[in-house]
Write a protein that binds this ligand. Structure first.
Ligand code: NAD
Length: 455
């Protein structure tokens, strides 16, 4: 993995002073999840006197957090949860917003701001929708203003949903934790009461069987490690040419390796057969394998176009048809943890904003987001979910090949002023695959440190 020497330098005493004096980017060391570490390192302040503020404060007290309604001007704060779930006009925002503003300077490094509000698309009332949409705008701008590795994100509750739903607590826990270190300026929608909070927060995927494609290296290998750490048994898929690396990662995570090109017509059936033989079931599918074949559209040839579409989206559509046609892909029916099946697909911020030289790749990744949105109804009928994760600039072999100057610019162009790590993507995937995210489906969640360019 390429080393980010600038971030190393900026975190030395001299580097900190110099970057500050010259007004250069100041990438902080992000607080990442370690099993057993406290969820928050200090008080969590809850703002607003709404239904959600009461339900979420109670939930956090149950987690042993130091929950406050008010805090002294000198005290440090780990997180602020700002609840706007009852606003019906933009004029009503000010009280909580200004209180939130007054607390920002008291946030600890890697501090959190989490807004909670109702789905703007759930109303036809112009004033109500304006107020809810305004919360999105203020959350995104707050994320741009965060310092020292802090993030700001939102939880969007469906109108009919009570804030005590497990999905609301699950999203809150993810956003408070170090698992969401590289997620900023994003929104997690919670639409249903489905899902459950795990008994053991350090092993939320206990008893689950997961398959990860493209698991021999990069983000896929990291996903396999994190799913294993979180309690799942893992099947690792990659092309035969990557067999040796695949076996090494499979050994490391005590999983099983399956050498398979996912563009093979019966790839889905082959994965199901492997899962049946080794584990008797399949609960979680992570479609991670992906390729780039960059070329300006004016110079595009059919091999480049077709291979990217075939690997990145056509294969996923075909495999999903096989999974959804199988009884095996439904842990509910097999007496599992009560969690329905999960699919998580890798999209990309290129699929949202577009990228020069990547018409094929951006088409495939936008295709993934469309596929995920359209498949959520089918997954719902099995009490399951499907979501996508769209990484921004992640430090991998793929991005190590980008020329130095371009890479250095790409790394800094987000609110956290650094590239993400494969583990950041893996943590978000593990969250979406877990019982706690059962209320969220059809969503594309970006893990991009709030890219400043594009969408
Ligand atoms: P990578 O190239 O390091 O790894 C991809 C893996 O997929 C490889 O092991 C490869 O052998 C495997 N693979 C490729 N074609 C396959 C096929 N037909 N069948 C089975 N396996 C196959 O890539 P990465 O950087 O780890 O990216 C992983 C995913 O994340 C991809 O979907 C990529 O598009 C996406 N992504 C990455 C970034 C980034 O910054 N690295 C950003 C956005 C999205």
């Amino acid at each position: 993995m390429p080393k980010d020497l600038y971030t190393d330098f900026a975190n030395t005493g001299f580097g900190r002073t110099l970057t500050k004096n010259l007004g250069l980017p100041q990438p902080a060391r992000l607080r990442r999840h370690r099993p057993g570490q406290p969820l928050a390192r200090g008080p969590v302040v809850v703002l607003g006197t709404t239904e959600a503020s009461a339900a979420l404060a109670e939930r956090m007290l149950g987690w042993g957090l130091d929950v406050r309604r008010h805090i002294g001007p000198k005290e440090k704060v780990a997180a602020v949860v700002a609840c706007f779930d009852s606003v019906s006009t933009p004029a009503q925002l000010s009280e909580v917003v200004l209180e939130l503003g007054s607390l920002l300077k008291q946030l600890m490094p890697s501090g959190r701001v989490i807004t909670v509000f109702r789905d703007p698309t759930g109303t036809h009332d112009p004033a109500v929708r304006a107020a809810r949409s305004a919360v999105q705008g203020l959350t995104r701008s707050t994320a741009h203003e965060m310092r020292a590795g802090g993030t700001a994100n939102g939880i969007v509750l469906a109108d009919s949903l009570d804030a005590s739903a497990p999905g609301a607590a699950g999203a809150l826990r993810f956003l408070l934790s170090g698992r969401s270190a590289f997620v900023s300026g994003q929104f997690i929608s919670v639409d249903t009461v489905n899902g459950a909070l795990p008994q053991d927060w350090d092993r939320p995927l206990r008893d689950q069987v997961a398959v990860v494609t493209g698991a021999a290296r990069g983000i896929g290998a990291s996903i396999a490690r994190v799913l294993r750490r979180d309690g799942a048994s893992v099947i690792l898929v990659d092309i035969p040419a990557a067999g040796e690396q695949l076996a090494a990662v499979a050994n490391e995570v005590s999983g099983t390796a399956l050498q398979l090109d996912i563009t093979t017509q019966d790839a889905g059936e082959r994965i199901l057969a492997h899962a049946t033989q080794h584990y008797g079931r399949l609960d979680i599918v992570v479609h991670n394998a992906g390729i780039t074949r960059d070329k300006l559209l004016a110079n595009m040839d059919d091999a480049r176009w077709n291979s990217v579409i075939a690997v990145n989206i056509e294969s996923q559509l075909r495999m999903n048809r096989a999974f959804l046609a199988s009884e095996l892909f439904n842990s509910d029916a097999h007496g599992g943890s009560g969690m329905g099946p999960r699919i998580v697909s890798l999209a990309s911020t290129s699929g949202i904003a577009g990228n020069r030289g990547q018409t094929n790749y951006a088409a495939s990744k936008a295709g993934v987001m469309g596929m995920v949105a359209a498949t959520s109804a089918q997954m719902a009928s099995r009490h399951g979910t499907i979501n996508a994760v769209a990484p921004g600039f992640i430090e991998t072999e793929m991005t190590a090949k980008i020329p130095f100057a371009t890479r250095e610019v790409a790394r800094r162009l987000n609110s956290l002023n650094q590239g993400g790590l494969p583990v950041d993507v893996a943590e978000t995937i593990s969250f979406l695959a877990s019982p706690q995210a059962g209320g969220t489906s059809g969503l594309t969640l970006r893990v991009c440190g709030q890219n400043l360019v594009g969408a």
